[in-house]
Design a protein. Sequence first.
Length: 83
Amino acid sequence: MNPKPYEHDGAGDPTALPAALGLGMLAVGGWLLTTARPWQKPGHALTLGLGWTASGALLVCGLALLARCVRTVHGSAADSSDR
């Protein structure tokens, strides 16, 4: 049995912070998308366009960041099993 706690075995997961940032970006982008609905509160077209553009950018960037973290974690396991 190993008497050391798990945290002392290594530096930790290097993808934890980017994955959390990606999830946060997805959450903020989704929230922005639900608040910028034209059928609930008609507003100026520029404001609506900026809201949708910002939410779309946050959703795409968050998804890309999260996908990169998943590829990093699962890609390293697949590379080591091929050898």
